[in-house]
Design a protein around this ligand. Structure first.
Ligand code: UDP
Ligand code: MG
Length: 322
């Protein structure tokens, strides 16, 4: 196996962990203690931890700066405000210099031990090693079912299927990171982009534990919008379906019209019909509004994308000895 890019020397591997943090003062020390524990025997591993401070309003940044004084492996990308996890990841991946890069949550829901298994698979020649959750029993019933529905629908209509039960936690070779860098869109559904770039892929299974401390930042509404983002980013089927639905409705209404005209000619006019009229009017009205809504989703996204604004803004990158 030959590696052209990134920091890499002999048996040594340069590993970058990319860690988006948003109000995580409660978890950072727990995370770093686990990292020290897991990687303590890995003398051949050059490690950097790229923390992306996603506009935290608590003491996250101060804490990270404090830890950096005693641990030069800590690098901090300080964003100018909260841009969301997808943007924070993008910022971190751009900053990471390692030969292999692993985005990882700070709440220890992505167990650092798994990274060692990922590296072992990478050494076999894989460029992407997905962290695959063997069960979702820690998630609520609602989250499990909605996730299932989302994957089902998404994989039916998008060109590139998303692997199920796989999050952002994955190892990527430098060549994958470079490929991601070439994708120009500013609305970044990372899971989809990761899948879209391809490369030789395998996975390792892991059990996803509960968050170690603090609170989840994703509520139902955020997840719904996240799902919409995923679907609209990778498929235009929701736009096309209206053509066929319209055709179907036209055919049905044309046959019905013929029936009514013939019946009126044969038996004369009879006044009742309020119910059927009302149903047809409201049903079609609803259908049209949904169609316009779907159009709006895409139009809005096209509009935002057309502004070509940057995905994130950096206040400052803090490296040790700065
Ligand atoms: N996160 C972030 N920006 C946000 C929301 C979350 O950087 O706007 C980070 C958060 O600090 C954590 C990771 O993304 O490291 C996953 O967030 P969380 O654990 O809240 O999500 P969940 O595991 O509940 O899906
Ligand atoms: Mg979490």
């Amino acid at each position: 196996m030959t590696h052209q890019h990134g920091t890499h020397w002999g048996e040594h591997v340069a590993l970058s962990l990319v860690i988006p943090v948003f109000n995580e003062a409660a978890t950072i020390d727990l995370f770093m203690a686990r990292i020290n524990d897991v990687f303590k025997d890995e003398a051949l591993l050059g490690l950097e931890m790229v923390f992306v401070n996603d506009g935290s309003t608590d003491t996250t940044l101060e804490l990270l700066l404090e830890r950096q004084k005693t641990d030069p492996r800590v690098r901090i990308v300080d964003l100018s405000r909260n841009f969301g996890k997808e943007a924070a990841l993008t910022a971190g991946l751009q900053t990471a210099t390692g030969q292999v890069v692993v985005p990882i949550d700070v709440d220890l829901q992505d167990p650092p031990e798994v990274v060692l298994q990922m590296i072992a698979r990478w050494r076999e020649g894989y460029e992407v090693v997905l962290g695959h959750r063997v069960s979702r029993h820690n998630d609520s019933w609602a989250k499990q079912t909605s996730a299932n529905w989302f994957y089902h629908l998404h994989n039916k209509i998008s060109d590139q299927p998303l692997p199920k039960n796989v999050g952002d936690f994955r190892l990527m070779d430098r060549c994958v990171i470079d490929a991601l860098q070439t994708l120009p869109e500013s609305r970044r559904f990372m899971k989809g982009l990761f899948a879209w770039v391809g490369f030789r892929t395998t996975h390792v299974d892991y059990e996803r534990p509960e968050r170690v401390a603090g609170e989840s930042k994703f509520n139902g509404w955020r997840l719904w919008n996240f799902a919409l983002e995923g679907i609209t980013s990778f498929s235009t089927d929701p736009l096309k379906v209206w053509t066929y639905l319209g055709l179907l409705v036209s055919v049905v209404s044309f046959s019905f019209a013929t029936f009514i005209v013939v019946r009126t000619l044969l038996t004369g006019i009879d006044v009742p019909g309020y119910a059927s009229l009302m149903v047809a009017v409201t049903f079609l009205g609803g259908l049209q509004l949904i169609g316009i809504g779907v159009l709006g989703e895409y139009l809005g996204r096209t509009y935002i994308e057309s502004k070509r604004r940057p995905v994130f803004l950096v206040r400052r990158v803090h490296n040790a000895k700065d």
